[in-house]
Design a protein around this ligand. Structure first.
Ligand code: ACO
Ligand code: KIV
Length: 514
C-alpha cells in the first residue's frame, strides 16, 4: 500500500476561520494532540503575522518531537527571516512559501506579470533553502491557473530547491475530476516532479474538499493537507478525519495509508471544537453526534440483529468509547488520576489539585461526572495560566421576576488583587450580569455574540457558554462552563476579558465580512 503524508493546518488555515482566535496555550495543546493523532507535518501558524503568532510557532517548534513543524510565509525575505527565527529549533525545520499563479490573483492582487511571479518564486525558494532543509512551495489559486504556466513555474521552483509542491484549490472551485486531472497533468508534464512530494490542499466552498483531496491522491498526490473538523477560511478546508476514515474504510478501493491514529480522532475533534468555539454539526461525517445514532425502527432492528447493517464505521475506530468507571461524589484522588490518565491528559501536580477541586465542587451538584464533564474541566485547567493577574469571579446574585427589572450584584477580584462589588440591571439576567461586569471592568467592552450549549444530557448537564466581545476595539472569544447558565455566562465574559488584557498583542486580528 502506498503511503500518503498528512499535513495538518488546523493551527494556520483552521485559525483563519472567521471568529476564531486561539491563544498560545490553546495552540500548544492542540499541537500536542495533533502529534498524538500522528500527523506527519503540522503548520503551526504564520510567524510574520504578529508577535504572538511568532511565539506560538516558536513554542510549538521547540516542543513537538514526532512531527515536522512548519510555518507559512509570503514570498518575501522578511517573512522568511522571521519564520526561520520561529522555526530554527524544530526537530526538522520546514517552511511553507506561497505565491499566487492564477491570472486573477497575479493581475489584481499581486499586480505582477507572470514572468515576475516566476522570478519571485524562484528567488524566494532558493533564499529559503539557504536555511530550511525542507521548503514547500504553494501555487496559490492553482485551480484557476493556466496549466502550462503552472508546469513551467513548478519546474523552475523545483530547480530552485523546493522539496514539496502544493497545488491548492484556494477558493474551492474545482471538481474531483478536474482536480485529479490537474495532478495527472503536472505529474506527466513536469520533468523533475519525481524529486518532490506533491501535495493537495482543498477548500469546501462547493462541498467537495474531501472528494477533491481523494481524487488528488488517486492521481499522484503524495501528501494531503486539511484541518480537524474541516474548519478554515470561509467554508473551511478538507476535513482530515473524513479523509483518513475514507482511506481506511474503503481500502478495497483506495490503496493508500497514512500514519494517523484513528482512535485519537474524537479527542482531537473535541479539543479543536472547544478551543475554537466552533461546534461540530450534529450530522457531520465521522465526528458529528448523529454519526453513530440510529433513530428509525427499521434501522434499530437491523442494528440489534447485526450492527454492520447500518454502521460502516464503528464508534471505537474513531475513539468513541462508552466508559464504565463512573466518577461521583464518593470518588477519591486515585480514581480521579487514573481517569485523567486514561483520557490521555498529563498534568502537573498543581494542575491535578486544581482539577480535583473543580471536580469535587461539581460532584456536590451533579450525581455523576461524565467523561464530557471531565474533558471540560481538564481542558480549562490545562490552559489556565495561574501566574498571570486577571479578573476573577468571587460571587454573584441575580434577582429576576417577570414583573421586575432583572438586577445582578457581582463581586470580583481585579488584576491588582482588590475585591470590588457592584449592582446593575439589564433586560434579562445575563444582560444584568454583563452590564454589571462592564461597570466593574474599566475597559470599552461590547458583546458581539453569545452562544449556549449543553454538555451531556439530562437536567444536571453542564452549561457551556461561548461569547465574542470587543475589548478596546479588539475582537476576542471567551468560554465558560458551569452547572448554572448564569455562572457559565459570567465565566465566559471574564475569560474573554482576561485573554485580551493578559496578551493584548495577540488580539489585534479583526475578522471582517468583506
Ligand atoms: C490562501 C491563504 O490562506 S494565504 C494566508 C492568509 N493568511 C493571512 O493573511 C493571515 C495573516 N495575515 C496577516 O497578518 C497580514 O495580512 C500580514 C501581516 C501578513 C500582512 O499585513 P499587511 O502588511 O498589512 O498587508 P495586507 O494584508 O493588507 O496586504 C497583503 C500584502 O501582501 C501581498 N501578498 C499577498 N500574497 C503574497 C505573497 N504570497 N507573497 C508576497 N506578497 C504577497 C499583497 O499583494 C499585499 O501587498 P501590498 O501591500 O503591496 O498591496
Ligand atoms: C497558503 C495556501 C496553501 C492556502 O492556504 C490556500 O491556497 O488555500
Amino acid at each position: 500500500m502506498a503511503h500518503v503524508k498528512v499535513f495538518d493546518t488546523t493551527l494556520r488555515d483552521g485559525e483563519q476561520s472567521p471568529g476564531v482566535n486561539l491563544n498560545q496555550l490553546e495552540k500548544l495543546e492542540i499541537a500536542k494532540q495533533l502529534e498524538r493523532f500522528g500527523v506527519d507535518i503540522m503548520e503551526a501558524g504564520f510567524p510574520a503575522s504578529s508577535q504572538s503568532e511568532f511565539h506560538s510557532v516558536q513554542t510549538i517548534a521547540r516542543t513537538i518531537e514526532n512531527a515536522s513543524v512548519t510555518g507559512l510565509a509570503r514570498a518575501k525575505k522578511s517573512d522568511i527571516d522571521t519564520a526561520w527565527e520561529a522555526l530554527k529549533d524544530a526537530a526538522e525545520p520546514r517552511l511553507h512559501i506561497f505565491l499566487a499563479t492564477s491570472p486573477i490573483h497575479m493581475t489584481h492582487k499581486l499586480q505582477k506579470t507572470p514572468q515576475q511571479v516566476i522570478e519571485t518564486a524562484v528567488e524566494m525558494v532558493s533564499y529559503a533553502r539557504e536555511r530550511f532543509p525542507q521548503v514547500e512551495w504553494s501555487a496559490e489559486d492553482a485551480c484557476r491557473s493556466d496549466l502550462d504556466f503552472l508546469v513551467s513555474i513548478v519546474e523552475r521552483v523545483i530547480d530552485a530547491g523546493a522539496t514539496v509542491i502544493n497545488l491548492p484549490d484556494t477558493v474551492g472551485y474545482t471538481t474531483p475530476a478536474e482536480y485529479g486531472e490537474m495532478f495527472r497533468y503536472i505529474r506527466e508534464h513536469v520533468p523533475n516532479i519525481d524529486q518532490v512530494s506533491l501535495s493537495a490542499h482543498c477548500h469546501d466552498d462547493l462541498g467537495m474538499a474531501v472528494a477533491n483531496s481523494l481524487a488528488a491522491i488517486e492521481n499522484g498526490a503524495t501528501q494531503i493537507e486539511g484541518t480537524i473538523n474541516g474548519i478554515g477560511e470561509r467554508a473551511g478546508n478538507a476535513s482530515l478525519e473524513e479523509i483518513a476514515v475514507a482511506l481506511t474504510i474503503r481500502n478495497n478501493f483506495y490503496n493508500f495509508q497514512t500514519n494517523l491514529v484513528l482512535s485519537e480522532i474524537k479527542r482531537t475533534s473535541d479539543l479543536v471544537s472547544k478551543f475554537t468555539g466552533m461546534k461540530v454539526p450534529r450530522n457531520k461525517a465521522v465526528v458529528g453526534e448523529n454519526a453513530f445514532a440510529h433513530e428509525s425502527g427499521i434501522h434499530q432492528d437491523g442494528m440489534l440483529k447485526n450492527a454492520s447493517t447500518y454502521e460502516i464505521i464503528t464508534p471505537e475506530m474513531v475513539g468513541i468509547h462508552k466508559s464504565n468507571l463512573v466518577l461521583g461524589k464518593h470518588s477519591g484522588k486515585h480514581a480521579f488520576i487514573d481517569k485523567i490518565n486514561s483520557l490521555g491528559y498529563s498534568l502537573s501536580e498543581e494542575k491535578i489539585k486544581e482539577a480535583f477541586a473543580s471536580f469535587k465542587s461539581l460532584t456536590d451538584r451533579k450525581k455523576e461526572v461524565t467523561d464530557e464533564d471531565l474533558f471540560t474541566i481538564l481542558t480549562d485547567v490545562q490552559t489556565d495560566s495561574q501566574e498571570l493577574p486577571k479578573y476573577k469571579l468571587e460571587t454573584f446574585q441575580v434577582q429576576y421576576g417577570s414583573q421586575n427589572i432583572p438586577t445582578a450584584t457581582v463581586a470580583l477580584t481585579n488584576p491588582e488583587g482588590a475585591r470590588e462589588e457592584l449592582a446593575g440591571t439589564g433586560r434579562g439576567s445575563v444582560e444584568a450580569i454583563y452590564n454589571t461586569l462592564e461597570g466593574l471592568i474599566h475597559e470599552d467592552i461590547h458583546l458581539e455574540d453569545y452562544r449556549l450549549n449543553s454538555i451531556g444530557e439530562g437536567r444536571d448537564a453542564l452549561a457551556e457558554v461561548h461569547v465574542r466581545l470587543t475589548v478596546n476595539e479588539v475582537a476576542v472569544n471567551g468560554r465558560g462552563a458551569a452547572q448554572d447558565v448564569l455562572e457559565a455566562s459570567a465565566h465566559a465574559f471574564l475569560n474573554a476579558v482576561n485573554r485580551v488584557l493578559m496578551d493584548p498583542k495577540a488580539y489585534t486580528k479583526q475578522t471582517a465580512n468583506i
